[in-house]
Design a protein around this ligand. Structure first.
Ligand SMILES: C[S@@+](CC[C@H](N)C(=O)[O-])C[C@H]1O[C@@H](n2cnc3c(N)ncnc32)[C@H](O)[C@@H]1O
Length: 310
């Protein structure tokens, strides 16, 4: 089995948020290397139960192997998108749900998965390799306007249009197939010149989010999580960039309101009363502590928000 080592982010904070206890049922929609899953099972011993899923086949194999020893008979793990959790996890059964978004260290580090601009690999970026669309399909097939929209909306890339136009020009000579080929084009257009982050960081992030429809999955996953929760059950979501964090905050606000309004704008005269579904445990984002930031640089953009089902 391939090695899969991922340090769980904010492990202690997740336990404080979800309060695992014997007899409780928990769902982890982003199993990864099962670090959080194992700590939820340990803290709910001897009778806590875990439902877990991940889109990534390697992650699922690793998680199953890791949990099988000590926690055999106390979990059910399936490969799939967390958007579909409510299709197989009983409604109202869970005391806690965790979504620890994004990609794991082993996914980023394996050159052949195509997530990294630092190592050469196929321009792939699929979390689930059974899916058709790859990053190469997008870069070679989307219009300059579509690409610029992806880079700007999902990556906040200020040079989105210039980069997109250059890609469309370059691909007319030779299709993009490799990660370094794309990274080198961006390096040529925007030399690093002492900047801390690599100039291709935002483009790669945006492509990954688009290829895996991460925002669409997140919106569906949040709705599914609410169905799974029992009253008093808690949802913890760890995000790694502002686009997904905004989705979580807006979702929480909408579910915690005691009124609805038609359309996109909240016009006080048009409000209709409703019963809120969730309340904030921590609307303010919880951040990793200093020791973790020192110890695990990948935690530096993590933020956790916590909601409770009413
Ligand atoms: C940051 S890692 C999770 C690490 C995990 N908490 C641990 O302790 O090892 C994110 C994982 O979520 C998975 N993932 C991301 N989006 C997903 C989705 N929509 N459905 C299922 N899994 C997803 C990725 O494949 C990756 O394995």
């Amino acid at each position: 089995m391939p090695e899969f080592i991922h340090k769980p982010v904010m492990a202690a904070e997740v336990l404080t948020a979800l309060r695992p206890a014997p007899g409780g049922r928990y769902a982890d929609g982003t199993l990864g290397g099962a670090g959080h899953a194992a700590s939820l099972l340990a803290a709910s011993s001897p009778t806590g139960w875990l439902y877990g899923c991940d889109r990534d086949g390697v992650a699922i194999e690793t998680a199953r192997a890791r949990l099988s020893g000590e926690y055999a008979g106390r979990f059910e793990v399936r490969r799939g998108n967390f958007a579909g959790l409510a299709d197989w996890v009983p409604a109202g059964s869970c005391a806690g749900v965790l979504l620890d978004l994004g990609v794991s260290s082993p996914q980023l580090d394996a050159a052949d998965r195509g997530f990294s601009f630092q190592q050469d690999g196929p321009l792939d970026m699929r979390m689930d390799d059974r899916q058709g669309l790859t990053a190469a399909d997008l870069v070679n097939g989307a219009s300059a306007e579509e690409l610029a929209g992806i880079f700007w909306e999902l990556g906040g890339e200020r040079e989105s249009r210039r980069f997109a136009r250059a890609m469309v020009q370059d691909r007319a000579q030779r299709a993009f197939t490799r990660t370094r080929q794309l990274a080198e084009l961006i390096e040529r257009l925007s030399p690093r010149q002492g900047r801390k982050s690599h100039p291709a960081t935002k483009v790669f992030q945006a492509l990954r989010i688009a290829v895996n429809d991460e925002i669409g999955s997140l919106k569906q996953g949040l709705a599914a999580a609410v169905k799974l929760l029992q009253p008093g059950g808690r949802l913890a979501v760890i995000t790694f960039h502002s686009v997904e964090d905004r989705v979580v905050e807006e979702f929480g606000q909408e579910q915690a309101r005691d009124y609805t309004f038609p359309g996109a704008g909240d016009v006080p005269e048009l409000r209709q009363p409703c019963v809120p579904v969730l309340k904030w445990v921590s609307r303010k984002a919880i951040l990793p502590g200093e020791a973790e930031l020192r110890d695990n640089p990948r935690s530096r953009s993590a933020q956790m928000r916590v909601l409770e089902k009413i």
